[in-house]
Design a protein around this ligand. Sequence first.
Ligand SMILES: NC(=O)c1ccc[n+]([C@@H]2O[C@H](COP(=O)([O-])OP(=O)(O)OC[C@H]3O[C@@H](n4cnc5c(N)ncnc54)[C@H](O)[C@@H]3O)[C@@H](O)[C@H]2O)c1
Length: 348
Amino acid sequence: MSERTVRVGLIGCGNIGAGGHLPAYAHIPEAELVAVCDGVEELAHAAAERSGATAYTDYRRLLEREDIEMVDLCIPTYLHAQLAVEAMQTGKHVLCEKPMAHTLSAADAMIEAARKTGVKLMIGQVRRFDHRYTSIREQLDAGRVGRPVFVRRAERQFLPFPPQAWQWDPKRGGGVILDIGVHAADLFRWFLGQEAVEVYAVARSVREAARAAGSFDHAFITCKFDGGGVGFAETSWAYPQGFGGALYAQLDVVGTEGKIQYADKDTNPMLTYTTERGHELPRYFRFMSTTEYAFEEEIRHFVRCILDDREPAISPQDARAALEMALAAQRSAETGEPVHLPLQKGVK
Ligand SMILES: NC(=O)c1ccc[n+]([C@@H]2O[C@H](COP(=O)([O-])OP(=O)(O)OC[C@H]3O[C@@H](n4cnc5c(N)ncnc54)[C@H](O)[C@@H]3O)[C@@H](O)[C@H]2O)c1
């Protein structure tokens, strides 16, 4: 018996919309990409040509289509809340790129719209669909390294975008802390299973684009958790060009009985050490960019949640908590002081 499909409209056909999400739909039989939209006409048409979907330059025309059940938002961060709320108000389920929004009040507006309309909202914290990190999570669930106590994370690259790109702008993109730090914040919560209570960050504006925009492109972030866990992240857009591939990532998850480590540049990038069995290479991972499969897993998961009427694995509250940690890190970097969570209302 053939199952019904979910008709999808993709809004934003830039870097991650055209490069990560659009190609994934070809591998998801449960979804049908019927509309693509970008404010830049050539990008909308190029995406339509590649996918067979109808091109739009005005997202409101796409939202008017009653046959579209789900909207996939791949637009710049400062627009997430506005478009997500409008889409939910037209009754569409929304998958939205990370970070959830640029402010906590914008994130709260999204949560409120989801509550009022009853549609599903998931923020694409895509690391949770990445085989490298799901493997670590499975090992933690199996108790292989005991109770996780601290996590050390690094995500470093040379951001290849021109100085006028929204990513550098503290208001539109939030710089490296919001854009990349939010991935680390989400991994910390996911692996430790605890809530952050304090965040401290030291950050710098290294490249000219960051200095001109007034944003940070390199940050060291320390997070204390309510169960005693600690997360430490280095996030950077200021590594030398070409260094370490697309995103030089490292991760150590240390537990009471062992540790799991992952590094993109190693020949055998994942290693598990347990006090009981010593060093093991549980699975070989060659370097994989997330774009190869994790977006596909993420989108398929959300589509299945719509078809089966299940709650998505990442709740809006999860995404809000990661955003709150990143905003706290931003504030700490600006003031030089540790920031306690939850953030006070009215804090950006
Ligand atoms: N999950 C990940 O690993 C990952 C990686 C990269 C980017 N992202 C996130 O994805 C989002 C998009 O990032 P990007 O790098 O693709 O940016 P981008 O600038 O390359 O693409 C955004 C596109 O949205 C279009 N757009 C802007 N406003 C629009 C509107 N009102 N209507 C229609 N189209 C509009 C732009 O023309 C542009 O083509 C950001 O929130 C970013 O943080 C996530």
